[in-house]
Design a protein around this ligand. Structure first.
Ligand code: SF4
Length: 427
């Protein structure tokens, strides 16, 4: 959890089209949380958090629903002696890494993940990663990024991790256009997208992060990339510094978002609109049919988003346009106007957006709005439930495959389920 103790008044940003911008106490998980889905994606990577017992507890409870024979994450605990400067932390870290790599020869990529304690004592993990890489390359590549709550919110851990991967990508100087899909997606979703790109004649296609650290894609001026997640600001910047060009698109949530996302790639590849229509028609129809059932349950229901995952704007667009839900406030930790341009254009004109957080004020606004469902983090969900307010825990939207045509109804189901449960309890 992280907090900024300097609250300021909410501002109405006239240029921002009525966006409430707040600074104050926040209720958001830190970037370490991303390890829970990233370690499942890059299957030969290991995430070693250099942190405290609190960090270890956070990861353990976020991943608590899973049992592993050989987990691919751990915490190297910084003890009191270390904090007091009584031990050489670099030596201790090297010893831990030695032990880990000797025990786990399957590890090909090791991420040293910074935390609040490692930052406070200014432990230089980038130098540690360089030093360890020199020792263990070519068998193991050692990288670092920060998941500290001082610097990152919940999904920014993935951004920091992928941005750390970009310098490792080899250079592509060819003239052949290639597509890079950026952002961790469930394997099943990745397979479906690969198939659709194939059908449309778009390629070659690579995904970042890849399933194996040995399959890092090349990048260069002929690379066109599509963001699969809206929280990848630093990764996008790093890719653009390597010459890659972002394709402007909505995010692949719901039938409409998925179609817009695929269409951006299809247009860049000059795919004939008739072919695009023919190759996507069945999947689009299937998604729309599957959403009908949820629409009957969700239409007219009012939803309030607390800022958490940065998925809030695309989700709000999906819920409003494909399920006829009514948006009260759509809060997001950061409003990246460029990456969200296609999404913002699709939102209803009168939607109240908010950026940043002053949690007390936002709770007041939420209570006043009396929504049917509140999308928020765990710290707020339990007290809201106790007040009789129905909640959806936003982290589930990262753990569940929700992108693409075949998952559109699953995404809707995540919002319908808590409302159904509330109705059942009320009987
Ligand atoms: S990184 Fe910071 S916010 Fe995250 S669990 Fe560790 S101490 Fe808490």
């Amino acid at each position: 959890m992280s907090a900024d103790p300097a609250p300021t008044q909410p501002l109405i940003d006239a240029r921002g089209g009525g966006v409430i911008r707040e600074r104050g106490q926040r209720e958001v998980f830190c970037g370490l949380t991303g390890i829970v889905w990233l370690h499942r994606k890059i299957q030969d990577a290991f995430f070693l958090v250099v942190g405290s017992r609190t960090c270890a507890h956070l990861i353990q409870s976020a991943a608590g629903v899973m049992i592993f024979a050989e987990p691919r994450f751990a915490t190297a605990i910084i003890g009191e002696r270390d904090l007091a400067g009584l031990a050489d932390l670099n030596d201790e870290l090297d010893r831990e890494v030695d032990r880990l790599l000797a025990r786990r020869p399957d590890i090909r990529m090791l991420f040293l993940v910074g935390s609040c304690p490692s930052e406070v004592i200014k432990l230089d993990l980038s130098r540690a990663a360089e030093r360890l890489s020199e020792r263990f390359m070519p068998e193991v590549r050692v990288l670092n990024y920060s998941g500290s709550g001082i610097e990152t919110t919940f999904t920014q851990g993935e951004d920091a991790c992928l941005a750390a991967l970009v310098p490792e990508l080899s250079r592509d100087d060819s003239d052949q256009a290639s597509l890079l899909v950026v952002g961790a997606l469930a394997d099943i979703v990745e397979d479906q997208f690969r198939h659709l790109f194939d059908e449309l004649g778009i390629g070659p296609v690579a995904f970042l992060p890849p399933t194996s650290s040995r399959d890092l894609p090349a990048v260069g001026p002929s690379t066109r990339y599509l963001l699969a997640q809206p929280f990848l600001t630093d990764t996008a910047r790093a890719l653009e510094e390597r010459g890659a060009l972002r394709l402007d698109a909505p995010f692949p949530l719901g039938e409409e978002g998925t179609t817009g996302w695929l269409k951006a790639a299809a247009d860049a590849w000059g795919v004939d609109p008739g072919r695009f229509d023919a190759r996507t028609r069945q999947a689009r129809q299937r998604a729309r049919r599957a959403l009908e059932r949820h629409k009957q349950e969700l239409a007219g229901k009012r939803v309030f988003f607390f800022p958490d995952s940065q998925l809030e704007v695309p989700l709000a667009r999906f819920l409003a346009r494909e399920l006829d839900m009514r948006l009260t406030e759509v809060g997001t930790p950061y409003l990246h106007r460029e990456h969200l341009a296609a999404e913002l254009a699709l939102l209803p004109d009168d939607v109240q957006l908010s950026e940043g957080q002053h949690v007390e004020r936002q709770i007041d606004r939420c209570r006043a709005a009396a929504p049917d469902v509140v999308v928020c983090g765990l710290g707020l969900a339990n007290p809201f439930e106790a007040e009789g307010i129905t909640t959806k825990w936003s982290i589930e939207l990262l753990f569940t495959p929700v992108q693409g045509y075949e998952q559109a109804a699953d995404c809707a189901e995540l919002f319908a389920r808590p409302l159904r449960r509330r109705e059942a309890l009320a009987i």
